[in-house]
Each structure stands twice: as structure tokens, then as C-alpha cells.
Design a protein around this ligand. Structure first.
Ligand code: HEM
Ligand SMILES: *[C@@H]1O[C@H](CO)[C@@H](O)[C@H](O)[C@H]1NC(C)=O
Ligand SMILES: *[C@@H]1O[C@H](CO)[C@@H](O)[C@H](O)[C@H]1NC(C)=O
Ligand SMILES: *[C@@H]1O[C@H](CO)[C@@H](O)[C@H](O)[C@H]1NC(C)=O
Ligand SMILES: CC(=O)N[C@H]1CO[C@H](CO)[C@@H](O)[C@@H]1O
Length: 386
């Protein structure tokens, strides 16, 4: 069921775009100023003068349908596409805006580390191939018309809906960057072991307030998290050689054994020298050593093998788990370490999920318009990787 906010935005947008096909510049004062009082509101929503509802309605009328049916087709074979695209989209928008810079391949012959793709926090990103696939389909119908940035934005929304998430309107007309931003991606991406203060700061510099941040992190309702990102919490928190004291002991054991189980299943190939590792302290250490090595593998661009899955759909389980101290990443659990974000977590956990879904939809709209390139800025790539 569509909530009131989405319906009203859709309605107003459709109305205005019917009367005024060139843009919807009047909306910002009309609608957003009542609910969003922070100082970023104006710059953030100035996109409305350039991004439009159904930007391709003349130049490629089928564009949004093609994206939707491609995503549905991919999803029918690989349901993890939803989590892959959602994370990819977040990483794209968070660094220099939603401009598809995350999709650029390393330039052949250039320095080893040159693109966002290669920045360390991004090494486990997925979904590039699927975006290329959708782009190829669009190139057949409308060559050089639909930007990779719009494809990623639309495909993410469609994949979120398929995963049971809320629908939200995606304005289009983004253009693609001409370069990638490795240094920025390394420095400015939130890290799994960041404190709440740093995470809040990084979101705030992009005009995303506590409410936006807490609802966006609800994306961690779905997908997988590599054990490498929580190893320090499990065994050597802040160099203490002890686990993070804020983790409930029962949950600590659960996470440790889950990570070892997966590691052994996937890398040990059923060999007999590592039987029931979770019960033996010696093999536990051996397994940690292996997990460390799998972190090194990641820096060599290999698939990460061990992961904990975030089971469930777009409901309140992520927030409920934080309330009981069972957040996977340190940065997740840190939402409870700040009064305001803690209250938001409590609020989202305490109904049927409708408050979270409404706020998530609204925050995704904000995320999807961050620092977009429009008009004659940037380019329309023929292929998303270069
Ligand atoms: C404090 C901010 C955040 C941090 C530190 C963070 C960190 C991470 C890490 C370390 C992973 C595991 C990646 C892997 O194992 O390959 C992950 C997964 C994921 N993240 Fe975040 N994330 C943050 C915010 C967000 C936001 C705002 C979104 C989207 C709106 C998002 C969407 C996802 C999704 C969907 C996955 C699962 C990916 C998959 O299964 O393929 N994250 N995140
Ligand atoms: C985080 O920020 C709050 C308020 O700005 C401050 O009181 C607190 O000391 C900070 N915590 C850390 C660990 O820096
Ligand atoms: C724990 O972390 C500290 C600091 O990062 C490091 O010096 C130490 O060697 C680590 N201990 C183990 C057992 O890896
Ligand atoms: C698993 O074992 C088979 C044969 O026993 C071997 O060919 C394969 O490379 C092994 N895989 C891994 C990941 O060790
Ligand atoms: C697991 C991993 O490689 N994490 C790294 C992510 O990126 C930050 C910043 O570049 C590093 O400090 C982390 O170690």
C-alpha cells in the first residue's frame, strides 16, 4: 500500500509535469519545507528544477519499463540482486553524488588504484554486471540516451520493491560523471567500525539528518555481511585482544560459530582435520587466522567467502536486533549509543514497520538526488564501466 507522502509527491509531480513539462521547480516550497526544517533542504531539493518525473518520456518512452522488467528477470534468478544494488547505489550517491562514478572500471594502463570500485571499502560491492546488462538492453532501443546514473537509481528502486521494500518515486535526468573518486571514496565512506559521531557527521555533510540515517541503515535488513567486517568485534576489539564488551555473550558465540561454520564449509571442502571447530579453542584460532587471510584475499579482488546473512525482509527486525544488542556491525549497534538515534530505533521497532517504511522511502528520495549532474554536465556513457 502506498503511504500518503509518496502518493502526494507522485500526484503533485505528475500534475506539475503535465502543466509544465520542462521542470517542476515550484514544488520545493510547496511540499518539503513543512516536514524538513534543516538548512540543507533548499540546496538538496533544488534538484527539482532539473530532475524530472519520467525524464525519458519523449526520448525513450520505454526506458523505465525496460529497467523494471530486466530487474524482475534478474531477480527471478538471483534474489540477492536487491541487496547488491541497494548497497551499490548507496556507495555511488554518497561519494560525489549519484553520478554512476562507482561503475567506472579502472583505466587500463593507469595507476593501480584509480577508481571508486577499487577503494578498499568498496571491494565487496556487487551488481556491476547486472547494471551493464540493463544498459545493453537500453542501448539497443535508445542508444546513448539513458544515463547509467538513472539506470542504477531506477533499478535500485525496482529491486527494493521486489524485495518487499516500499515504493518511492525516482526522478530522472541524471547524467554520468566523467571520472571516479578514489581518494574521496576511501576517506568519506562510513566504515563498519566507525563511532556514531563519525557516522552522523558523514551523513550530515550530505544533508542527511538522524532520521534519514537511521532509516537508511534499515537497508541492513537485507543482504549479507562478510565476517571480515566484524572480526575485530569478535576477537580483538580496539586492540584489546578481547571481544567488544557491548556484545551480548550468547550472541557473540552465535556470530563466532556462524563465521567459522561458513569459513569451514566453503574453504575447507569437507576435509576431516577441522571437525566441529566451534567447540575447540585450538581450531577456533586456526579458523580466525583463515578469516584474516580471507581479508587479504579481498584486497586481491577475490570473492569474499564467509558471510552472515541478514535474514528477513523490509520490516522491523533490524531495529529489534539493535534494541537487544544484536547489531552485526559496530556501526549498526552504535545507533543505540546516541540518544536521538536510539529513540528513532525504538520508534521504528515499535510498530508494524510502517513508520520505518515511510521514512526509508523518503530518505531514499533524498539519497537519490544528492549532487546529481544534469543538463549538459557530465556525459551519457555508452557503457557504464568506462
Ligand atoms: C554507517 C553506514 C554503513 C556502513 C558502515 C555499512 C557497511 C556495510 C558493510 C561492511 C557491509 C558488508 C559488505 C560485505 O560483506 O560485502 C554492508 C552491507 C550492506 N549495506 Fe551497508 N553500510 C552502511 C550503510 C548502508 C546504507 C545507508 C545502505 C543503503 C541505503 C546500505 C546497504 C547495504 C546492503 C543492502 C548491504 C548488503 C549487501 C549484499 O548483501 O550484497 N548500507 N554494509
Ligand atoms: C560524540 O558527540 C557528542 C555530542 O556532540 C559528545 O558529547 C560526545 O563526547 C562525543 N563522543 C565521542 C566518543 O567523541
Ligand atoms: C589485536 O589488535 C592490536 C591492535 O590492532 C594488534 O597490535 C594485535 O596484534 C592484535 N592481536 C591479535 C591476536 O591479532
Ligand atoms: C575441493 O576439493 C576438490 C577435490 O577434492 C578440489 O579439486 C577443489 O579445488 C577443492 N576446493 C577448494 C575450495 O578447496
Ligand atoms: C575490511 C576492510 O578492508 N576495511 C577497510 C575499509 O576501508 C577503510 C578506509 O579505507 C579501512 O580503514 C578499513 O580497514
Amino acid at each position: 500500500m502506498l503511504n500518503g507522502w509518496v502518493v502526494s509527491v507522485l500526484f503533485i509531480t505528475l500534475l506539475v509535469s503535465l502543466c509544465n513539462p520542462r521542470g517542476v521547480s515550484d514544488i520545493k516550497t510547496l511540499h518539503f519545507s513543512e516536514t524538513h526544517t534543516n538548512t540543507h533542504t533548499h540546496t538538496l531539493f533544488s534538484f527539482l528544477s532539473t530532475l524530472q518525473y519520467d525524464f525519458y518520456r519523449k526520448s525513450c518512452p520505454n526506458a523505465e519499463n525496460i529497467v523494471r522488467s530486466s530487474v524482475a528477470n534478474i531477480y527471478s534468478h538471483h534474489q540477492d540482486i536487491s541487496a547488491s544494488l541497494l548497497r551499490l547505489f548507496f556507495h555511488d550517491c554518497f561519494i560525489q553524488g549519484c553520478d554512476a562514478s562507482i561503475l567506472l572500471d579502472p583505466i587500463t594502463g593507469d595507476a593501480t588504484y584509480s577508481t571508486e570500485k577499487q577503494a578498499i571499502p568498496n571491494l565487496t560491492l556487487k551488481g556491476f554486471h547486472e547494471i551493464d546488462q540493463i544498459k545493453e538492453e537500453l542501448e539497443r532501443v535508445c542508444p546513448r540516451v539513458v544515463s547509467c546514473a538513472d539506470i542504477l537509481s531506477l533499478a535500485t528502486r525496482d529491486a527494493v520493491v521486489l524485495a518487499g521494500g516500499p515504493f518511492y518515486p525516482v526522478f530522472t535526468g541524471r547524467r554520468d560523471s566523467t571520472r571516479a573518486y578514489f581518494e574521496e571514496a576511501t576517506a568519506d565512506m562510513p566504515r563498519p567500525d566507525d563511532s556514531i559521531n563519525r557516522t552522523l557527521y558523514l551523513f550530515a555533510t550530505r544533508g542527511l539528518d538522524e532520521r534519514d540515517m537511521v532509516s537508511l541503515l534499515g537497508a541492513h535488513n537485507i543482504g549479507k555481511i562478510g565476517c571480515q567486517f566484524i572480526l575485530n568485534r569478535l576477537y580483538n576489539f580496539s586492540g584489546t585482544n578481547l571481544p567488544d564488551p557491548s556484545i551480548d555473550p550468547e550472541f557473540l558465540n552465535h556470530m563466532r560459530s556462524k563465521c567459522q561454520e561458513k569459513e569451514n564449509n566453503e574453504n575447507n571442502n569437507g576435509s576431516q582435520d577441522q571437525m566441529s571447530p566451534a567447540s575447540s579453542p585450538i581450531s577456533k584460532e586456526a579458523s580466525v587466522e583463515k578469516l584474516r587471510r580471507s581479508t587479504l584475499d579481498v584486497s586481491n579482488f577475490q570473492e569474499l567467502s564467509s558471510a552472515l546473512s541478514l535474514e528477513g525482509g523490509f520490516d522491523t527486525h533490524y531495529y529489534k536486533s539493535l534494541l537487544s544488542g544484536r547489531g552485526l556491525l559496530y556501526a549498526d549497534q552504535q545507533l543505540m549509543a546516541n540518544e536521538k538515534t536510539g529513540r528513532l530505533v525504538q520508534g521504528y521497532a515499535s510498530d508494524d514497520g510502517s513508520t520505518f517504511r515511510r521514512d526509508f522511502a523518503r530518505a531514499m528520495v533524498k539519497l537519490s538526488v544528492l549532487d546529481v549532474l544534469t543538463g549538459s554536465q557530465g556525459q551519457i556513457r555508452e557503457r557504464c564501466g568506462y
